[in-house]
Design a protein around this ligand. Structure first.
Ligand code: GTP
Ligand code: MG
Length: 241
C-alpha cells in the first residue's frame, strides 16, 4: 500500500452538507495520530480501540498505517446542557516508532488534529523520550500547542512496571497533558483516552469555527457522551439539523 504524504491544509476537516447527504454520511472527519518509541504499543492500542482485539506478537510498523472508527459524539457543557449528536469518522494514523522512518512519519503530524503520545510503563527509556516526541510535535504539528493525551501503556504488566503512576502524572503536569494509564491488552482506558482527546479536539473546533454560538462558554466538561456507531439505530445517529 502506498500512502502519500498529507496535504498542506491546516485541518482537513470535513463537515458534511446537511442538505446534501450523499456527499458523506458523517458530520466530521477527525484525524488523530499515535506517536512514541517503537514497541510501546501504538499499533496494539489502535487495534484494541477499533476492533477490541489484542495480539501478543510484535510486528513493528513499517512507515505508517491507519485505522478508522465511527462514533457519535455529544458534547456536555459545564452548564449541564448536552449538545446535539454529531456523527464523527475518526481516522487514526499509526506511525512507526523506529528512527529510520522519522522523516516520513513527522510529515503526517501536520495534518493531524490530535495526538496520542504513548510510552511503555515497563520501559524507562520510552518514558524519558516523551520530551523528544513533544519537541518533534512542536516542530511538525499544525500549531505549537496541539491537543495531546499522554498514555502510559502496558498497565497490565504491573510486576514489570518501572515508571510509577505518580512520576508519570508529574511529567504529564509538567507539559500540561492529560494522563491515562492504559493497556492495549486488557483494554483499560483505551476508549476513554481516545474519547477524551476527541472531546478536546471537538471543543477546539467549535471554539474556532463559531465562537458566537458559545458566548462565554468554557471548554466542555469531560463528561462527554460517545457511542459506538456500530449497531446503533440510524435515528440515534442523526445530527439533529
Ligand atoms: P512500532 O510499530 O515499532 O512503533 O511499535 P508499536 O508501538 O506499534 O508497538 P506494538 O503495538 O506493535 O506492540 C509491541 C509489543 O508490545 C507487542 O508484542 C504487543 O503485543 C505488546 N503490547 C502492546 N501493548 C501492550 C499492553 O498494553 N500490554 C501488554 N502486555 N503487551 C502489550
Ligand atoms: Mg506499530
Amino acid at each position: 500500500m502506498t500512502i502519500l504524504p498529507p496535504s498542506k491544509e491546516k485541518f482537513d476537516l470535513v463537515m458534511a452538507d446537511a442538505g446534501n447527504t450523499h456527499v458523506s454520511d458523517y458530520d466530521y472527519l477527525i484525524k488523530f495520530l499515535t506517536l512514541g518509541d517503537s514497541g510501546v504499543g501504538k499499533t496494539s492500542f489502535l487495534y484494541q480501540y477499533t476492533d477490541g482485539t489484542f495480539h501478543s506478537k510484535f510486528i513493528s510498523t513499517v512507515g505508517i498505517d491507519f485505522r478508522e472508527k465511527r462514533v457519535v459524539y455529544r458534547s456536555q457543557h459545564a452548564d449541564g446542557i448536552t449538545g446535539r449528536s454529531q456523527r464523527v469518522h475518526i481516522q487514526l494514523w499509526d506511525t512507526a516508532g523506529q528512527e529510520r522512518f522519522r522523516s516520513l512519519t513527522t510529515a503526517f503530524f501536520r495534518d493531524s488534529m490530535g495526538f496520542l503520545l504513548l510510552f511503555d510503563l515497563t520501559n524507562e527509556q520510552s518514558f524519558l523520550n516523551i520530551r523528544n516526541w513533544l519537541d518533534q510535535l512542536r516542530t511538525h504539528a499544525y500549531c505549537e500547542n496541539p491537543d495531546v493525551i499522554l498514555c502510559g501503556n502496558k498497565a497490565d504488566l504491573e510486576e514489570e512496571r518501572v515508571v510509577s503512576e505518580e512520576r508519570a502524572k508529574q511529567e504529564a503536569e509538567k507539559y500540561e497533558l492529560t494522563y491515562f494509564e492504559t493497556s492495549a491488552s486488557t483494554g483499560q482506558n483505551v476508549t476513554k483516552a481516545v474519547e477524551f482527546l476527541l472531546d478536546l479536539v471537538m471543543t477546539r473546533i467549535r471554539e474556532t469555527v463559531d465562537n458566537t454560538n458559545f458566548p462565554g462558554r468554557k471548554r466542555a466538561a469531560p463528561g462527554v457522551h460517545i457511542e459506538s456507531d456500530e449497531g446503533d439505530g440510524q435515528s440515534k445517529n442523526s445530527c439533529g439539523c
